[in-house]
Design a protein around this ligand. Structure first.
Ligand code: NAI
Ligand code: MG
Length: 487
């Protein structure tokens, strides 16, 4: 079978890498190479940044908010029209169940729609200073934004980055994860047609150090927005220091999902599974630490394990399965090694190994460890796979202590029917996103981002667009005889 070699999208042109090099893209359900994409390097990044700067200065910066908004609304419409095609590409490349890709494509369109509407609501303020003057805060785009995204929600993460940046009036150079470039390349075919001027968005395909690295250190990039691992987040902050770039980081977590004895038991068990196993557990906000009140602990572990064993793991395009393969060999090896570590650190209630029945594909068993010590590696380190660590707690204070005993602070959830308890816990948790009696629902209207070592900056909602805006103070004197010392 011949494998298609694609080009990438730089400055409105479809091009190969300057070096001519390519990278393989794999279908994780079959381990087959499904495409070859350009392996971009510093020369390609430079070309994209130059195109972005030229497009920004040459018109996009001055495009009216209405024009920018309409572009985003047209793109949203195009995404809805191409939903089946884009969802299939996403599942082929990422592995996730096709229904989950369909949700992702809907959310992607909604994200562009939301920021299409928000574009015309970006405005400054007039400040009542104690002087005959008009003091104003004007909002302006930061300029050229470099955007580096992960492989777990490929097209949706592209939307979370591109939509607010374009609404703000920035030009973008986006680097998808090397594992999953196909959906955003497919969508880029529509960019010019919906009215995104050449150069305003470039998509450079390539790996982290070779393509992401030069984007982070490029002198003419004003801002880097990154979602990915903590290790790379630290590297990006360091590498952005020389050019004093604005940086926002979303670095995942080890999020607690807390169950009190008074919560609805069936919903709670489902909530633990959904909170941790959706998208194969490859979720930055995964509820990978499940904290359960002692009085229901045993029953909870048994019920969760029983349901975990019934999860049907198989190829994402086949609708009978509700968990797909992990995205890559690297991620598979990582998760399998944590499964081995977990078997030494804790007890196994379900899973604990790879799925071998297909003889190919990066499948692992949904895994429930229990009696996990919060100091264990499986309770402290982000695994990014369907691996749950269940930890018992005694009372509310104990639950809060364990929940906050982590370097991360992206998300948390609490389940109880007691509103007093729920709100006390909400106030005590150190995390940027808190759910009550659910875990994972994510809407573009509400802010997304972490406390502590989960990063900083917020995406989505009005907060998302703030990260792409500068604030310019303007003071207009209205006193015809202004105060001065020297006249
Ligand atoms: P990663 O952090 O290496 O990759 C994320 C993005 O960063 C990709 O686009 C990659 O090409 C880019 N990147 C890597 N090195 C870079 C560099 N030196 N300069 C600039 N860009 C660079 O994540 P990886 O290796 O794919 O996954 C490892 C672990 O990271 C996962 O097991 C998971 O724990 C965590 N992760 C967290 C995510 C989140 O949503 N917060 C998403 C993906 C991974
Ligand atoms: Mg990496």
């Amino acid at each position: 079978m011949s494998v298609q070699t694609t080009t990438m999208y730089i400055g409105g042109q479809w091009v190969a890498a300057a070096s001519g090099r390519t990278m393989d893209v794999i279908d994780p359900s079959s381990e087959q190479v499904i495409a070859k994409v350009p392996a971009a390097g510093a020369a390609d990044v430079d070309r994209a940044v130059k195109a972005a700067r030229a497009a920004f200065q040459g018109g996009w910066k001055e495009a009216t908010a209405q024009e920018r908004g309409r572009v985003l609304l047209r793109l949203a419409e195009r995404i809805r029209a191409r939903k089946a095609e884009l969802a299939e590409i996403e599942t082929r490349n990422n592995g996730k169940p096709i229904v989950e890709s369909e949700y992702d494509i809907d959310d992607t369109a909604t994200c562009f729609e939301y920021y299409g509407g928000l574009a015309t609501k970006i405005h400054g303020e007039v400040l009542p200073v104690p002087a005959p003057a008009l003091a104003m805060a004007l909002r302006e785009p930061v300029g050229v934004a470099g955007q580096i995204i992960p492989w777990n929600y490929p097209l949706l993460m592209a939307a979370w980055k591109l939509a607010p940046a374009l609404a703000a009036g920035c030009a973008c150079v986006l680097k998808p994860a090397e594992q999953t470039p196909l959906s955003i390349l497919a969508l880029a075919k529509d960019f010019e047609d919906v009215g995104i001027p050449k150069g305003v968005v470039s998509i450079i395909t390539g790996d982290g150090p070779e393509a992401g690295g030069p984007l982070v250190s490029h002198a003419d990039v004003n801002k880097i927005a990154f979602t990915g691992s903590q290790a790379v987040g630290k590297l990006i902050m360091r590498n952005a220091a020389d050019t004093l770039k604005r940086v926002t980081l979303e670095l995942g977590g080890k999020s607690p999902n807390i169950f009190f004895a008074d919560s609805d038991f069936e919903n709670a068990v489902d909530g633990a599974l959904f909170g941790c196993f959706i998208n194969q557990g490859e979720v930055c906000s995964a509820g990978s630490r499940v904290l359960v009140e002692r009085s229901i602990y045993k029953k909870f572990v048994d019920a969760t394990a029983e349901k975990a064993k019934k999860i049907r793991v198989g190829p994402g395009l086949d609708r009978q399965y509700n968990m797909g393969p992990l995205v890559s060999k690297e991620q598979y090896d990582r998760v399998v090694s944590y499964q081995s570590v977990g078997k030494k650190e804790a007890k196994v209630a379900a899973g604990g190994a790879a799925v071998t029945e297909y003889g190919k594909g990066f499948y692992v068993q949904p895994t429930v460890f229990y009696d996990v010590d919060n100091n264990a590696a499986i309770a402290r380190e982000e695994i990014f796979g369907p691996v749950m660590s269940v930890i018992p707690f005694q009372d509310e204070a104990d639950a809060i202590r364990i929940a906050n005993d982590t370097s991360y602070g992206l998300a948390a959830a609490v389940w109880t029917r007691d509103i007093f308890k729920a709100m006390r816990v909400v106030k005590s948790l150190e995390a940027g996103i808190i759910w009550v009696n659910h875990m994972q629902p994510t809407y573009v209207e509400a802010p997304w981002g972490g406390y502590k070592m989960s990063g900083f900056g917020r995406e989505l909602g009005k907060w998302g667009v703030e990260e792409y805006l500068e604030t310019k103070q303007v003071y207009i004197n209205l006193d015809e005889k202004p105060i001065g010392w020297y006249n």
